[in-house]
Design a protein around this ligand. Structure first.
Ligand code: SF4
Length: 891
């Protein structure tokens, strides 16, 4: 249960917040440019009006700081919204509940309840702030002491696990693997209870943190509040409310693609005045946050998760538990929480803090979510409902900011896509049969029913896929079917997959099964070998049933939202597998939209925005969407963008799939790149449509007097490596080559040949000399032969209200999003300058150009003759050379 907030019921009208007109109120750390001011004002309005926002702001325009200052200003104002006021609408909201009591009594009750809530909240917040203030003061004292004694701030030494090596899994008896009794399948039961007995007691560690006064007030309010919370349309609202009593403070959830982007964001927050009093927490997986060295050695996240949970299960001896997760000394975890919230810390800081306080950062950060005002988290934790559930994270009435959101529809689909080898299905079935045989007599009621049902599903899937693999004709491709067809043909369409999925989650049978299998293996090894002590390995492999569980969960999506693929695999090195692909990301993302107060998608380039809205928010009325797009802060003279239709010999440049192998075209392309490398100083980054095409072209460019040799007389040539581990070295050598040549000279520098959608096309910054030129070769259309793409296009075309060319548009947009990401690697700040060269005549004309970011499209010059290219590129860099020489003389 949680304490209600003043605005917790959408039935209450909020006193509106006017958008600040004085830009100083946003506390932007620098003098904001007009586009940054507009960004913050629009963001504030979007959140205040509970809208969906799409915010587009190119790299280098201060997007992160604008997001931080705009949203935190709103959060601050929102916290003060009801100060000294009575929420209008409270009376009518209460009076309309059908009671026979006179209005004035109802109004009095409502006012009393609101006052009690407010008092409890105020006291709670004061106590929390006091704790955090003490930590801040203590940390400041420590910092001063360090400076005074000329001691450098010491890196917190990694403390060894307090108990030395982790003891092997202790299995005292079979009882630990028996499922707890499953109490109910009632449809009306809350999701949070999951069918197991609901826990309504106040957790000790939370209770320890509250004064008696607050605890009493909260207890009194629990009942009223419980009645007032109704399930959302998705039915998941109450997942965790009953688990926690602490107020879930209004907050901003900030999600981005990688941990380094999240860390970067937190470092930006530190630059602002907001940081001084902001309670923030970064979330991560056990792989990021676990400090138990024995568990870390397991490597895979899944194995770490399972080992960690094993150590926490009921009945585990104290010496076998994780020493960093205290069961009795709750103050350690609270101390960790207070330190986490006392200043802006990134994941690395939290690991150090956990080691210092001997408190698990993974669970410590979870404890910090409810009182936090800013929570940063990677995409999958936000987009995947079971992951949110495992963190106890609710989005209700909070703000969700998704950064780098240009690919969000694909990301949502990828998060919900899963693949299970048939071998794993068979293994899960065998293990469950073994388990049932052992515990048959001790399993009760619903547990027995569900285990039998799951065995039925596993046998059905095994039979169906096995039969299809056996009977399929040679060279027959994969079979793509609807979930309904698959379930029917597997002979399990009479079973309720929703209930099975719910039971799987609630009973945690996959984990128990894994523990059981480990024990059986241990027993077998002990019997086989004379030295049992050498066989005490921990049974922490990835549970086959948990892999199948993800697939069964996927099957509960709406029939039209996804497809099941049966694949026989390549006989040489693959095995048959089943795969679920999500075609419609809108419904999977809808939980987030329904729960959050406002969802804002931000990115350097979000074009084509109409397609993004169509794919993610088809059910949202247009007036609930707010689109803000700003140009670049660079002056007009800092970018030349050219769409080039022909090469130096007049051969048309058109890299369609059937023409790509044309030797004359490849030679013309070579001549074009040689010319550009003569004109562009320092670093040039050249993007190909695929690794295969890059290899095909460079093969033809090799040899004496070939294109690569001619380029090599001026610039050192690098190729994007296929191995991720080699990327860093390639980039280092590329940068060193540029650094070693005289700046601004076209007879030096380096050329980097890379691939659209490869390792260099996202997240790498080719600013200044690293990227004075970006060349895009052709349009990187996806392979139309892919069955998944064909199905996705069919789905897009068949949606109600789809335009005649919806599938074609989808296909082109997919391509242009990839182009935009690649060309966006250059021009990273206000004083940067570069040329962008788009080599393909299909870039000319308004149709494809309209899919470029606005600030690039408005500068594009179409070049039907190569002479124009030479003139413009040469002129552009000559101007900059003169300007920089002048600056150097003045300097
Ligand atoms: S409790 Fe924390 S530190 Fe211990 S194993 Fe689990 S994640 Fe790791």
């Amino acid at each position: 249960m949680q304490l209600m907030y003043e605005d917790d019921s959408s039935a209450l009208e909020e006193p509106p917040l006017p958008t600040p007109t004085d830009m100083k109120d946003f506390q932007f750390p620098y003098n904001p440019y007009p586009i940054q001011q507009d960004f913050m004002s629009h963001l504030y309005e979007t959140i205040e009006q509970r809208k969906i926002g799409v915010f587009e702001s190119p790299t280098g325009t201060g997007k992160s700081l604008s997001l931080i200052c705009g949203s935190l200003k709103w959060l601050q104002d929102h916290a003060r919204r009801y100060d000294g006021t009575v929420a209008p609408g409270a009376k009518s909201a209460v009076a309309s509940n059908g009671s026979d009591e006179p209005d004035w009594i109802l109004a009095y009750d409502a006012e009393l309840k609101r006052k009690n809530q407010k008092d409890a909240l105020t006291t709670y917040r004061e106590e929390l702030e006091a704790r955090i203030r003490r930590v801040r003061e203590q940390e400041e004292k420590e910092r001063r002491a360090s400076v005074k004694h000329w001691r450098k701030k010491q890196r917190l030494s990694s403390s060894k696990d307090a108990d030395g090596p982790t003891a092997p899994l202790s299995i005292d008896s079979d009882s630990e693997f028996v499922l707890e009794e499953y109490h109910s399948d009632n449809e009306g039961e809350s999701e949070g209870s999951g069918g197991l007995k609901p826990k309504v007691t106040m957790p000790d560690d939370v209770a320890d943190n509250l004064s008696k006064e607050v605890k009493d007030l909260m207890r009194r309010l629990q009942e009223q509040e419980h009645q007032s919370i109704s399930p959302t349309a998705s039915g998941h609202r109450q997942y965790f409310d009953e688990e926690n009593l602490e107020p879930d403070e209004p907050k901003i959830y900030y999600a981005s693609r990688t941990h380094s982007q999240l860390t970067q964001f937190l470092h930006e927050v530190r630059k602002t005045a907001w940081a001084a009093n902001l309670r923030a927490v970064p979330l991560g997986s056990r792989a990021n946050l676990c400090i138990n060295q024995e568990v870390r050695k397991l490597g895979s996240v899944q194995r770490m998760n399972e080992r960690c949970l094993e150590m926490q299960k009921a009945g585990t001896k104290l010496e076998d538990r994780c020493p960093h997760l205290p069961t009795k000394d709750k103050s350690r975890m609270l101390d960790f929480r207070d330190h986490t919230l006392a200043r802006i810390r990134d994941i690395e800081d939290l690991v150090e803090l956990g080691q210092k306080l001997n408190a698990c950062p993974y669970y410590g950060t979870r404890r910090s979510i409810r009182p936090a005002q800013l929570v940063t988290l990677p995409y999958h934790l936000l987009l995947h409902l079971p992951s949110r559930a495992s963190l106890g994270l609710t989005l209700r009435n909070h703000i969700v900011l998704v950064d780098e959101a240009h690919n969000l529809p694909d990301t949502v689909s990828a998060v919900h896509t899963c693949r299970v080898p048939l071998r794993v299905v068979v293994l899960a079935r065998e293990q469950l049969e073994q388990y049932l045989a052992r515990y048959k007599a001790r399993l009760k009621g619903r547990n027995m029913v569900y285990i039998r049902q799951i065995l039925g599903v596993l046998r059905g899937v095994e039979r169906l896929v096995g039969k299809w693999v056996k009977e399929r004709k040679e060279k027959e491709g994969d079979k793509m079917v609807t979930a309904g067809w698959f379930v029917k043909e597997a002979g399990v369409d009479h079973l309720n997959l929703f209930k099975i999925e719910k039971w799987l989650r609630s009973s945690q049978v996959a984990r128990k099964l894994n523990g059981f299998v480990g024990k059986v293996q241990q027993e077998q090894q002990t019997q086989q070998q004379s030295n049992p002590s050498s066989n005490t390995t921990t049974p922490s492999g990835v549970s086959p049933l948990s892999q199948v569980e993800s697939f069964l969960t996927a099957l509960t999506h709406a029939e039209t939202d996804g497809r099941v693929i049966m694949c026989a695999g390549d006989p040489a090195d693959e095995e048959p597998y089943i795969k679920y692909i999500l075609l419609n990301p809108a419904n999977a993302f809808r939980d987030v939209v329904d729960d959050a107060r406002s969802v804002v998608l931000a990115g350097g380039t979000m074009e084509p925005v109409a397609a993004l809205l169509d794919h993610l928010f088809p059910y949202v009325p247009p007036d609930r969407v707010s689109h803000f797009s700003c140009g670049h802060v660079i002056p007009p003279g800092n970018l030349v963008a050219l769409a080039v239709a022909e090469g130096p010999s007049g051969i048309p440049l058109e890299f369609t799939f059937d023409k790509r192998g044309d030797v004359k075209l490849v030679s013309e392309l070579g001549q074009t790149v040689v010319n550009l490398c003569r004109l562009i100083p320092d670093g040039v980054v050249c993007f190909f449509a695929s690794y295969a095409y890059l290899e095909q072209v460079t093969r033809l460019w090799e040899g004496k007097g070939g294109v690569l040799e001619r380029i090599g007389t001026r610039k050192k040539v690098f190729r994007e490596p296929r191995q991720a581990s080699e990327v860093e070295q390639t980039l280092r050598e590329y940068a060193q080559s540029i650094d070693a040549s005289p700046p601004g000279s076209p007879s030096g520098g380096a050329l980097l040949l890379c691939v659209v959608g490869g390792k260099m096309s996202e997240g790498i910054n080719f600013s200044d000399q690293l990227g004075r030129g970006v060349i895009m070769i052709g349009l990187p259309f996806a392979n139309l032969g892919s069955a998944e793409l064909a199905e996705k296009m069919r789905h897009v075309q068949e949606r109600p209200g789809a335009a005649l060319n919806a599938a074609k548009e989808y296909y082109e947009n997919l391509c242009m999003r990839a182009v935009n990401q690649s060309i966006g690697r250059a021009i990273r700040h206000r004083n940067d300058y570069a040329v962008i060269v788009l080599l393909d005549r299909r870039f000319c004309g308004p149709h494809m150009r309209a899919k470029l970011p606005g600030w690039i499209n408005e500068r594009v010059e179409e070049c039907t003759r190569f002479g124009k290219v030479v003139g413009m590129v040469a002129g552009f860099f000559k101007k900059w050379r003169v300007q920089e020489d002048g600056d150097a003389i003045e300097g």
